[in-house]
Design a protein around this ligand. Structure first.
Ligand code: BGC
Length: 366
């Protein structure tokens, strides 16, 4: 599995670099190709290894090129994370910091917004008064993007927004007004679609009890976040687009959190018991919580219930391998953090960049 995951990460990285080279939202429209290639690679381990090597070479070359094109020596970079206590953003920020330091020799300071937009706004103001060269921003509230982008623009500091996608109108404003701001992330619609497709790929297409419909529960991340909105919508849409009837038994917010995922699933199981055929979790942290609740009820994974998450945390891929979870979708924190860093360095060196860069998701099953 480790090998497969390494291959997935490497191939996802190649796509991310492609996105970085010419990228705008167009890249998002060819996700399935990427996924297909990865699936094919998973079936043919030898090819996967070759692909991994090729991927690594391409990655190294591209990193070398961007290093030559834009130096990070002496640059001061401020990074604001919405909260440190988030499994996925922990992997992301650690990779981002290491990559910025090791690849570019930049001076990096990473701060914890503790889930509080007012606190984070102060941190941004502090970075601005310290005169950082560029800011990398994972906002607590995506709805604060316009205000923050204006503050940064007034201070003449370029801003790279990550992880929480701003409104399309705000991206258009950056484009039309020539604002030095960009968004680096992934298209959450794709992750939702992949979750639904994983269920459609099961032997009974998710209809375990054969009553002609898939009865599911939905563990929602933070409802203000487009990742949560799109994953909730597109996971189910993949089923209905395939002509499958669905029934939503339960949908509640779990704020991306493992303990809440456990609690919500336990409540749903107590209320709906065997009627639940599929658990959709907007992320793996909540899915890991769901596993605890499902196992406490002695339900049999992949026999009388299915469970899918997003992120491909190590704990989740291990659970999939052990048959304790059906599947997940790789949210490529390596590709995203490297793209964010590459773009930040370019902006700090005064280069013009696109307003949006996306990195593909990849399906992960046994
Ligand atoms: C990830 C979640 C994470 C969230 C934070 C999402 O893209 O899938 O695990 O909690 O970002 O904003």
């Amino acid at each position: 599995m480790r090998k497969v995951l390494a291959a997935l990460l490497a191939s996802a990285m190649v796509f991310s670099l492609a996105a970085c080279g010419g990228g705008d939202s167009k890249e998002t429209e060819a996700p399935t190709e990427a996924a297909k290639e990865t699936e094919a690679a998973t079936e043919a381990p030898k090819e996967t290894e070759a692909a991994t090597e090729a991927g690594t070479e391409a990655a190294t070359e591209a990193a070398g090129e961007s290093q030559a094109a834009a130096s990070g020596e002496g640059l001061k970079i401020g990074v604001c994370i919405y909260k440190f206590d988030d499994n996925f953003m922990t992997l992301y920020r650690q990779e981002l910091e290491t990559y910025l330091k090791e690849t570019y020799g930049a001076e990096v300071t990473v701060v914890d917004g503790k889930g509080d937009q007012a606190e984070q706004t102060n941190q941004i103001d502090n970075f601005i008064s310290q005169g950082v060269d560029v800011l990398i921003l994972n906002l607590v509230q995506a709805s604060a993007t316009e205000t923050v982008a204006k503050t940064c623009a007034d201070a003449g500091i370029p801003a790279v927004f990550i992880n929480r996608e701003p409104d399309a109108a705000e991206l258009e404003r950056w484009e039309s007004e020539g604002v030095a701001a960009t968004y680096v992330g992934a298209d959450a619609r794709q992750s939702g679609t992949f979750q639904g497709e994983i269920i459609l790929d099961t032997p009974n297409k998710g209809d375990i009890n054969g009553d002609g419909k898939v009865s599911y529960i939905m563990l929602i991340g933070d409802p203000e976040n487009v990742d949560a909105q799109y994953r909730t919508e597109f996971s189910v849409k993949a089923l209905t687009d395939a002509g499958t009837e669905v029934e939503e038994l339960f949908a509640q917010r779990g704020d991306w959190d493992q303990a809440k995922g456990q609690e919500l699933t336990a409540n749903a199981l107590a209320q709906f018991g065997d009627q639940i055929e599929v658990v959709f979790a907007n992320n793996d942290a909540m899915a890991l919580g769901a596993i605890e609740a499902i196992e406490a009820e002695q339900r049999k994974m992949n026999e009388d219930i299915y469970l899918v998450g997003v992120d491909a945390l190590d704990e989740a891929t291990a659970a999939i391998k052990e048959g304790r979870m059906t599947g997940t979708v790789l949210n490529d924190h390596i590709g995203q953090s490297h793209t964010a860093a590459d773009v930040a360095i370019k902006m700090a060196n005064g280069e013009k960049v696109d307003t949006k860069y996306t990195v593909d998701y990849v399906k992960v099953t046994e």
